[in-house]
Ligand binder design. Structure first.
Ligand SMILES: [Zn+2]
Length: 85
């Protein structure tokens, strides 16, 4: 027989963009699914510190601005998907 007891858990209800600080609720599926979740364990020589863990959530609009500001024309980084061919 399974032993059970009631537990409270934290459920994710949305994501806050680490750039613009806008909150997107999980119901806003089109924005949520387009978030960029960057996670990296930093290694030796990293400017973020050896062994540190970097995690950033960026909405699609902020990512577009970051690319345009720092890399140039965002269109040159967009490739057609091969998934639907
Ligand atoms: Zn944003």
């Amino acid at each position: 027989m399974k032993l059970t007891k009631k537990k409270e858990i934290d459920a994710v209800i949305g994501i806050e963009c680490d750039c613009c600080k806008k909150e997107f609720l999980t119901e806003d599926i089109f924005e949520i699914q387009e978030f960029f979740h960057i996670k990296n364990t930093c290694g030796y020589g990293s400017i973020f510190g050896d062994g540190n863990y970097l995690e950033v959530d960026i909405c699609q609009r902020c990512m577009k601005k970051i690319i345009e500001t720092n890399c140039g024309n965002v269109e040159s980084f967009i490739k057609e998907s091969e998934v639907y061919e």
